[in-house]
Design a protein around this ligand. Structure first.
Ligand code: NAD
Ligand code: TYD
Length: 355
């Protein structure tokens, strides 16, 4: 089967690409990525030469390009992760999020629908003809101190990012309802782990602690997030792609809620130990800054459906996953230096252009 994965040079996408390339030698994985600031081919240097892997540089809003690659590579299934993904950037530039997350998703849906028109796929059995859309729990809005998001929770996105993801989810379901395009969706909680761009809380704070820079905690640090290790998310995506019931949605989360301030304190403790600092030293870097506009108070996912129906559950405890993550960032200082200097963006020209 020829599978198109979009956004495969990003944080979560690169883990999904690696998992599928290594686990399924019988598949050919085509990784389509525009290589925005968040896309980094170094994330995949270990599998770049695998015989069942091809990288394609392109934009999901470019309909002609998409139509060409569907035809040329006979693409038979899609796992769609390409997106603008950072809430703070969406507050500064909402239109970029509409372009990629909404327009890009609809363009991709359209091209897939056209390319597969008239083809007889037994999708439920073979997964050929399946469009899998990867989304976020943020589409459900913000919770108070009680309760969980289930697959039945009405959408109530509160930020330009989550509004754009919610719109894309609606279009995916609309294509299923209107044109009978076989789809599955998943909505996942906050991910952490290796290769996350250091604008998100955990990698940003690891980097700042190491460099003895202030840790900018928004508001009072009382917001709550449910954290899942990225490789567990990649395993869940593999499961939903292969086992998910066509037309259905699966919530993915870790049952692992942390108040931001508690998480930052835990991170400081781990970093103190790793860097040989006195206990309590890194915590002194915590600096309370103006809150994010419209900051969602709490996200919490009820992931019992995917556990009961598909048998997936997280494999790692948070403390263990956080230690692995900290260790990875400390061991991969070059990766961090390159992404913060922008040097990684020259890599494509050197390694891939003209291939
Ligand atoms: P990321 O920002 O690290 O990576 C996004 C990737 O998409 C990058 O490689 C980028 O180059 C690519 N991209 C962006 N615009 C593109 C375009 N127009 N055409 C082609 N490629 C483009 O994001 P991530 O954190 O890996 O998130 C991946 C997906 O998972 C997103 O759809 C996001 O909404 C969803 N998600 C993320 C989280 C999280 O905690 N990070 C949680 C749940 C769901
Ligand atoms: P983030 O990693 O941006 O993910 P999201 O906004 O999608 O949940 O932020 C996680 C939490 O950490 C969120 O409540 C905002 C907060 N935060 C800070 O307090 N300071 C920061 O510098 C960042 C980036 C986030």
């Amino acid at each position: 089967m020829h599978i198109l994965i979009t956004g495969g040079a990003g944080f979560i996408g690169s883990h999904v690409v690696r998992l599928l390339v290594q686990k399924y030698p019988q598949y050919h994985i085509f990784n389509l990525d525009a290589l925005t600031y968040a896309g980094n081919l170094h994330n995949l240097s270990d599998i770049a030469d695998a015989p069942n892997y091809t990288f394609l540089k392109g934009d999901i809003t470019d309909e002609a390009f998409l139509a060409t690659i569907f035809e040329k590579h006979q693409l038979e299934a899609v796992i769609h992760l390409a997106a603008e993904s950072h809430v703070d950037r969406s507050i500064l530039n909402p239109l970029e999020f509409v372009k990629t997350n909404v327009l890009g998703t609809v363009t991709l849906l359209n091209v897939a629908k056209q390319a597969w028109k008239g083809k007889v796929f037994d999708t439920a059995q073979t997964r050929k003809g399946l469009f899998y859309h990867v989304s976020t729990d943020e589409v459900y809005g913000s919770l108070e101190h009680e309760g969980f998001f289930t697959e039945q929770t009405p959408y109530s996105p509160q930020s330009p990012y989550s509004a754009s993801k919610a719109a894309s989810d609606h279009f995916v379901r609309a294509y299923h309802n209107t044109y009978h395009l076989p789809i599955v969706l998943s909505n996942c909680s906050n991910n952490y782990g290796q290769n996350q761009f250091p604008e998100k809380l955990i990698p940003l704070f690891i980097q700042n602690i190491r460099q003895n820079k202030p840790l900018p905690v928004y508001g009072k640090g009382e917001n709550v997030r449910d954290w899942l290790y990225v490789i567990d998310h990649a395993r869940a995506i593999d499961t939903v792609f292969h086992e998910g019931v066509i037309g259905e949605t699966y919530n993915i989360g870790g049952f692992n809620e942390w108040k931001n301030l508690d998480l930052v304190r835990l991170l400081c403790q781990i970093m103190d130990k790793k860097l040989g600092r006195q206990a309590g030293e890194s915590e002194k870097l915590i600096t309370y800054v103006t809150d994010r506009a419209g900051h969602d108070l709490r996200y919490a996912i009820d992931s019992s459906k995917i556990k009961e129906k598909l048998g997936w559950e997280p494999s790692l405890q948070f403390e263990e996953g956080l230690e692995i993550t900290v260790e990875w960032y400390l061991q991969n200082q070059t990766w961090l230096d390159e992404v913060t200097s922008g040097d990684y963006q020259k890599f494509y020209e050197l390694q891939y252009a003209g291939r």
